[in-house]
Design a protein around this ligand. Structure first.
Ligand SMILES: NC(=O)C1=CN([C@@H]2O[C@H](COP(=O)(O)OP(=O)(O)OC[C@H]3O[C@@H](n4cnc5c(N)ncnc54)[C@H](OP(=O)(O)O)[C@@H]3O)[C@@H](O)[C@H]2O)C=CC1
Ligand SMILES: CC(C)(CO)C(=O)C(=O)O
Length: 313
């Protein structure tokens, strides 16, 4: 399978590298700084499932050529428009686009641009980061990539990707017939975790050990589940039980990529995740004062960051 990976950050570097190791012909569409790192050091992965240093073929955005079976789209949401422009010349009639971004609204945007049939649904459950030195570091043993056709068909192309990924070390990939339901579940999971950890600037254990912390997280979980249900995606009871337990665990150290990005002074997907959920809560008539506070907190952070007034680490 020929795979073009947009971005060689945490997820693009990790899953792209693992699929490359499994035998895919892989190239990375990257901007100049990352391109220099990859040319100098190769694609470096540090992982509980085995470290790797792989040769990485790279192309500049917009110059990836054609003939790709799959484009793995791994940018952050705030880079989506630039990423669309970067992959456009590489999308042919046989190319499937698999975005692994958190959130939901990018699917409609990609479908509007490339046609509904070109776009798969996808989600990643992993904790990974790209260090300043260009190392893709997997932070724990989470390694799940889930994808499927948005119309639920188990098509030859999703089966082929699942078969390739089954040969890859350090990842568990599943082709599923209900990817939109899975993406809503991920949004409830991530949305609750991100609102809580970003608003309170703490991981789930630190929140659970603080007065009222478990109650706040559980209220958020219920409200996000109510939003999903109002959109036709009720959360299964087993899913809710798993996350109630996670958010109540005083020994937990669960954090989100949004909290990591914010603590590093980086850009965050405030509109795509927090703004989206706030709008969806309003539309569904779900109480949303916590959503409002989290979104406001994130937008005020962006103001401060853009003005260069973040404390120096
Ligand atoms: N990290 C995690 O643990 C998880 C992340 N996610 C989600 O996955 C998505 C990706 O996150 P993550 O991998 O952490 O992000 P990263 O910031 O680590 O990687 C994104 C990469 O995309 C590149 N990129 C963006 N736009 C372009 C472009 N136009 N052309 C070329 N390269 C581009 C960036 O390059 P440059 O360096 O040039 O900016 C960057 O290296 C997000 O939606 C996130 O919420 C989901 C689950 C877990
Ligand atoms: C759900 C979670 C926390 C881990 O996959 C995530 O998606 C993130 O950190 O962005």
């Amino acid at each position: 399978m020929r795979i073009l990976v947009l971005g060689a950050g945490a997820l693009g570097g990790y899953f792209g590298g693992r699929l490359q190791q499994a035998g895919a012909e892989t190239a990375y569409l990257v901007r100049p700084r990352r391109r220099e790192q990859l040319a100098r050091d190769g694609l470096v992965i540090e992982s509980p499932f085995g470290d790797a240093r792989l040769p990485a073929a790279t192309h500049a955005p917009g110059q990836g050529g054609g003939g790709w079976d799959l484009i793995l789209l791994t940018c952050k949401a705030y880079d989506l428009e630039a990423a669309i422009a970067a992959i456009r010349p590489s999308v042919g009639p046989q190319t499937a686009i698999l975005p692994v971004l958190n959130g939901l609204s990018h699917i409609a945007r990609l479908q509007a641009e490339f046609g509904a049939g070109a776009v798969l649904g996808g989600l990643a459950k992993i904790q990974a980061t790209l260090t300043a030195e260009g190392v893709v570091r997997q932070l724990n043993d989470w390694r799940w990539l889930t994808f499927g056709e948005t119309d639920g068909r188990m098509s030859p192309r999703v089966e082929a990707l699942a078969a390739l990924a089954a040969r890859a070390e350090g990842m568990v990939a599943s082709a599923v017939p209900d990817i939109l339901q899975r993406m809503w579940e991920k949004l409830v999971h991530l949305g609750t975790s991100a609102i809580g950890t970003v608003l309170l600037r703490a991981n789930t254990g630190e929140i659970a050990r603080s007065p009222g912390g478990v109650g706040v997280m559980h209220r958020l979980l219920e409200r996000n589940a109510a939003i999903a249900a109002a959109n036709g995606h009720p959360m299964p009871e087993a899913f809710l039980a798993e996350f109630r337990a996670l958010f109540a665990d005083p020994k937990g150290s669960y954090a989100t990529s949004m909290l990591r990005d914010l603590e590093a002074g980086g850009r965050i997907e405030a509109d795509h995740i927090l703004g989206f959920l706030l709008e969806a809560a309003r539309a569904a008539g779900v109480p949303h004062e916590l959503h409002e506070a989290a979104y406001l907190h994130a937008k005020a952070y962006e103001q401060r960051r853009d003005a260069g007034r973040l404390p120096r680490g």
